[in-house]
Design a protein around this ligand. Sequence first.
Ligand SMILES: Nc1ncnc2c1ncn2[C@@H]1O[C@H](COP(=O)(O)OP(=O)(O)O)[C@@H](O)[C@H]1O
Ligand SMILES: [Mg+2]
Length: 132
Amino acid sequence: MEKIVELKNVSKVYKIGDNEFKALDNIDLSLNKGEMIVILGPSGAGKSTLLNLIGGMDTPTSGNVIIDGENISKYNENKLSDYRAENVGFIFQFYNILPSLTVKENVDIVKDIVKNRGEYRRCIKRRRTFRA
Ligand SMILES: Nc1ncnc2c1ncn2[C@@H]1O[C@H](COP(=O)(O)OP(=O)(O)O)[C@@H](O)[C@H]1O
Ligand SMILES: [Mg+2]
């Protein structure tokens, strides 16, 4: 089986003023291509922190996040941005849409970011009903 996601000794420490909070403590995770998993745990367990690291929205304090053989924990902001645009689909808990834009405009933003522009159209199922 081909590995697609691999986390090795990953820790994430949040600093709040002088205090440190270890949200992830030396996590190892290995997922094969095509595998579907559920990450389950009580509120505050570190689920969102883990997804943010896999999705390239945050970087680990230590350890390695390897996606399809590439160590994204070494990426700078620009490379992470490309990685997210080309590889990651993320449904946020609190939507993260721009309230000043219409639904169409919120979806259209993707056109400026993603190279494969054909894909974003599948997001809108009833495009004819939108008022620009
Ligand atoms: N940006 C942050 N700054 C400080 N602490 C954070 C931050 N994000 C998460 N935490 C803390 O890290 C822990 C794990 O949070 P989180 O990953 O959001 O858990 P879950 O998604 O499982 O509810 C919690 O104790 C939370 O308060
Ligand atoms: Mg969460």
